[in-house]
Design a protein around this ligand. Structure first.
Ligand SMILES: [Zn+2]
Ligand SMILES: [Zn+2]
Length: 297
């Protein structure tokens, strides 16, 4: 059980903190992907499996972990909330409460010394993968996810040991249904790509792109990242109005996760999708930052 802390550490403790079970597992999955591809070889079916497993899980993790659990951008029933958490945990990005608490902390302290992963202050690598390895961020601050931690089933799912079960179950499903080839491409290759796709929003989306809104952080809109992350690349929009179910604010800002949430709403499984008021979207004309394509390293 991890200790609960309400204060965010501001400086990584030591280099040795990077060598631990979490980082060994993280690089172990990378190694398994590389060795697996060498051993099993390339196939179009394998590549297709990796792409499908990547995008399905990207939609689930962004729709569930990010837009629902971290930002409460729509409503759902208690049982479907559990299904969303279960599905998102197949992405191997730790438990639902851990994810939501760290993400809320990021928004609360964006690009300040208390930010969990500020690319502006700590550079690309720390914001991309370094912070995840650090023991300082193992704790889950339940004081800022009290609305989620009140559900015992979510607390069970978030347990550090139990939280890996959904992703292990997915790996085993690939193995039993498609053999080693499916395991390598559908799980290992796909999971590595999914990690770096998700993490690029913490790193690249605070470094490269356009700033439509003069938010107090360095968030940016980046169309390439938006395509790779099913809509999360409209990150400056998101920092400007966090509780919106859509992150693409204009018709041409492709946001696949939002389209999927709209479809889900048609089934009645989710409802009350929040959208930014027109004046919030139009605010850009009044407060747009000066040319902000410059990169803060
Ligand atoms: Zn951000
Ligand atoms: Zn967010």
């Amino acid at each position: 059980m991890h200790a609960v802390s309400t204060s965010a550490p501001t400086v990584p403790a030591s280099k040795s903190g990077y060598i631990r079970v979490t980082s060994v597992a993280f690089w172990g999955v990378h190694l398994a992907a590389v060795i697996g591809v060498i051993a099993c070889g390339w196939s179009w079916q394998g590549a297709a499996l990796a792409v499908v497993s990547y995008f399905v899980r990207m939609i689930v993790v962004t729709g569930a972990y990010h837009r629902y659990f971290a930002h409460r951008a729509f409503k759902t029933s208690r049982w479907f909330q559990f299904v969303l958490a279960l599905g998102a945990q197949s992405a191997a990005q730790r438990g639902v409460l851990w994810w939501a608490s760290h993400h809320r902390t990021h928004h609360k302290n964006s690009d300040t010394p208390k930010d969990v992963h500020s690319a502006k202050l700590r550079g690309f690598w720390y914001s991309h993968i370094g912070w995840i390895m650090r023991p300082e961020w193992d704790h889950t601050d339940r004081t800022i996810v009290g609305d989620l931690a009140k559900f015992p089933e979510l607390r069970v799912l978030d347990n550090p040991t139990l939280s890996i079960l959904p992703t292990v179950a997915l790996a085993l499903a690939f193995l039993f249904l498609g053999g080693a080839h499916a395991l390598v491409w559908g799980y290992f290759v796909s999971t590595v790509l999914l990690w770096h796709g998700s993490f690029s929003i913490n790193s690249l989306a605070h470094l490269f792109g356009k700033r439509r809104y003069a938010t107090s952080d360095d968030s940016r809109n980046n169309w390439a990242l938006a395509l790779l992350t099913t809509g999360e690349g409209w990150h400056n929009n998101h920092h400007h109005y966090q509780s919106s179910a859509n992150q693409g604010f204009r018709w041409w800002e492709i946001d696949v996760t939002y389209y999927c949430l709209r479809l889900l709403a048609l089934t009645g499984l989710i409802w009350d999708l929040r959208r930014p008021p027109r004046e919030v979207v139009e605010e850009s004309a009044a407060v747009a930052a000066p040319d902000s394509a410059a990169v803060a390293a």
